[in-house]
Write a protein that binds this ligand. Structure first.
Ligand SMILES: Nc1ncnc2c1ncn2[C@@H]1O[C@H](COP(=O)(O)OP(=O)(O)OP(=O)(O)O)[C@@H](O)[C@H]1O
Length: 256
C-alpha cells in the first residue's frame, strides 16, 4: 500500500536552530496522527515541510506517493491533494461562508473561470457537501467577519474538505477554542477524514484530546521523535517525559 506520507531521516536547520533532527515517520491513508510536543519542538516546521513550504531540508520524503522536493514547491497534483488548516483560519473576511468554502475549489479550476468566478456544478456540489458536513448550511450567506471563532474554524475546515484532499495537515486546529468546541472540531475533522479515507496529521498541545481522536501519537522534542505509538498505548509517563514533567492542562490527570 502506498503510504499517505513517508519521511526518512528528515532534518532541518534554521539559521541557528535545529528544528527537525532525523525524523522518520509513516502515515497510512485514512490514518489520523497527532503531533504532540512542547513549544519549539518542531511541530509547525514538520507540517510546513510536508506542505511543501520549507526549503533546504535534508533526508527523503514522499507525500501521496510523490517524492517531495526540498528546493521548490511540490508538483501541482500533490498541492491539489494536500489540504492545510491554518491556526489563524486564513479566511477572506469580506466574503461569505459559501465563497470561503468554495475557495477550496480554486486549485482544481482553470485560470480564466477561476478569475471570473465561474464555478462548475461539481464545485457547487462539493462546496455544499462540505458545508453540510461542517454544519454550516444555515450560515452559508453570512460574511466571514460576522462569525465566532468556532464558526470561523469550521469554515476553514469546510474549505479544506471542499478541496477534496487525500491528506489533511492541521496546525493546532483547536488551540483557539473552548474545550467543548475543541472536542467537536477534532471529532469533525477525524470522523470526516475516516469516512472519506483521508489521512490527517494535526499538531496539538492537548494530550487528552489527541489520545481520544488520533489513531497514533508522535511525541516530538527538540526536533526529534521521542515516541511514536498507537494512542491507546501512550501513557501518562510518555506525556510527562515529553513535557519534562509538566503536563499541559486539558483534563489529563497523571496517575503513576
Ligand atoms: N522561520 C523561522 N526562522 C528561524 N527559526 C525558526 C523559524 N520557524 C521556526 N523556527 C525555530 O525552529 C524550532 C521549531 O519551531 P516550530 O515552530 O516548528 O515549533 P512548534 O513545535 O510548532 O512550537 P509551538 O508549539 O510553539 O508552535 C524553534 O526553535 C523555532 O524557534
Amino acid at each position: 500500500m502506498t503510504q499517505a506520507l513517508a519521511l526518512h531521516a528528515v532534518s532541518h536547520c534554521f539559521d541557528d536552530a535545529e528544528a527537525l533532527q532525523d525524523v522518520s515517520l509513516q502515515v497510512a491513508p485514512g490514518e489520523c496522527v497527532a503531533l504532540l510536543g512542547p513549544s519549539g519542538a518542531g511541530k509547525s516546521t514538520l507540517l510546513a515541510l510536508l506542505d511543501g513550504r520549507v526549503r533546504g531540508w535534508r533526508g527523503r520524503a514522499e507525500v501521496l506517493g510523490n517524492r517531495l522536493p526540498n528546493d521548490r514547491a511540490p508538483e501541482r497534483k500533490t498541492r491539489l491533494e494536500t489540504g492545510f488548516i491554518f491556526q489563524e483560519f486564513a479566511l477572506v473576511d469580506r466574503q461569505s461562508v459559501y465563497q470561503n468554502a468554495m475557495n477550496g475549489r480554486l486549485g482544481r479550476m482553470r485560470l480564466w473561470p477561476s478569475l471570473w468566478g465561474r464555478y462548475g456544478a461539481q464545485d457547487h456540489l462539493k462546496t455544499t457537501i462540505a458545508l453540510e458536513d461542517t454544519g454550516l448550511t444555515e450560515l452559508a450567506q453570512r460574511r466571514a467577519d460576522q462569525l465566532s471563532g468556532g464558526q470561523r474554524q469550521r469554515v476553514a475546515i469546510a474549505r479544506c474538505l471542499a478541496q477534496e484532499p487525500e491528506l489533511i495537515l492541521a496546525d493546532e486546529p483547536v488551540s483557539n477554542l473552548d474545550p467543548a468546541h475543541a472536542e467537536r472540531i477534532l471529532e469533525l475533522i477525524t470522523n470526516t477524514a475516516r469516512n472519506r479515507g483521508i489521512a490527517v496529521v494535526f499538531s496539538s498541545h492537548q494530550p487528552e484530546l489527541s489520545r481520544r481522536f488520533a489513531d497514533r501519537i508522535v511525541g516530538l522534542r527538540a526536533g526529534a521523535v521521542l515516541f511514536d505509538k498507537p494512542s491507546a498505548m501512550v501513557g501518562n509517563d510518555d506525556i510527562s517525559d515529553l513535557y519534562h514533567g509538566t503536563v499541559p492542562g486539558d483534563g489529563l490527570r497523571v496517575v503513576s
